[in-house]
Design a protein around this ligand. Sequence first.
Ligand code: SF4
Length: 331
Amino acid sequence: MSEIVLKIKEANLLGRGGANFPVWQKWQAVISNSGSEKYIICNGAEGEPDVEKDEFIIMHYAKELVEGIKIAINEISAKKAYIYLNHQYYSKYKDLLLSFSEGLPIEVVEKGKGYIAGEETAICEYIENGFAEPRQKPPFISDKGLWGKPTLLNNVESFYYVYKISKDEYNDKRFVSINGDVVNRGTFELSRMLTIKEMLLETKNYPEFDFFVQVGGGAEGLIMLPSELDVPLSGCGAIKVFNRSTTDLIKLMQYWADFLNKGNCDKCVPCREGMYRISEMIKNNDFNQKKLFEIFDVLEKTSFCALGRGASIPFRSLIEKLNFFEKYGKE
Ligand code: SF4
């Protein structure tokens, strides 16, 4: 194992796109692959609502981010690296990132349409063919990614911290976007060991009113109650606070349903039909608990990709934890 991969392993750097996969394992898988042509993708799609941490890093640490990608290019002898950015970031930061990339085989690419266009195999498909649709896994992209070649994909934050690790400056922190009904919204670099409650306290955002939070993103994130916040934040670095007495739960669910309906790719029936039916129930204010939970089960068990499999998370957790059907339910 090379020195940098060993350092990443010892730092216990976990991927910061949401899946928490050990970064060193991805690197080692691509390095160990005998293929001679290899690629890198830095994922800055950041398509989930209320997650702004990657933008914060690009805005403040573009040079360090490119340095992290450069380390990966050298380490895996990559033919090319792609920095993949959503439309807004592409317009704002393309030139800044290219200014630090001179002499490096780096291209900045604008993300395809829809939330699904941030999924790793959909990114490969989009860069190759201009259409963002997920591919069957396995094979994983570390084995067959861009053009069927081994491809290393890490998120913006992961590459930034690879740079910090290379300089022995990594101190087990992570970036967290905090927003919603808070007084001090923004992105903060916080110790990874803090609990969610401590993160809210440390940023002076712990509410004095009755509240709930959504963690991991404003669409597929999990709903948690104040009594559940004595645990570290896992998944994507985002916490959204909701005032329980002023939040319209139906409007909130409608927002998730619209976002996921619009952001999926329509490739598979469970997700396409399931999200449509969930949306329909919410729109018509005609809830059937049994049917709804059957749709959740089908989504979780039979969707083709992670978007569909995770789509029930916000709905199920809101319904179960906030006693939704006591107010709106029909059997
Ligand atoms: S679950 Fe199916 S429809 Fe939904 S995004 Fe994935 S492939 Fe597309």
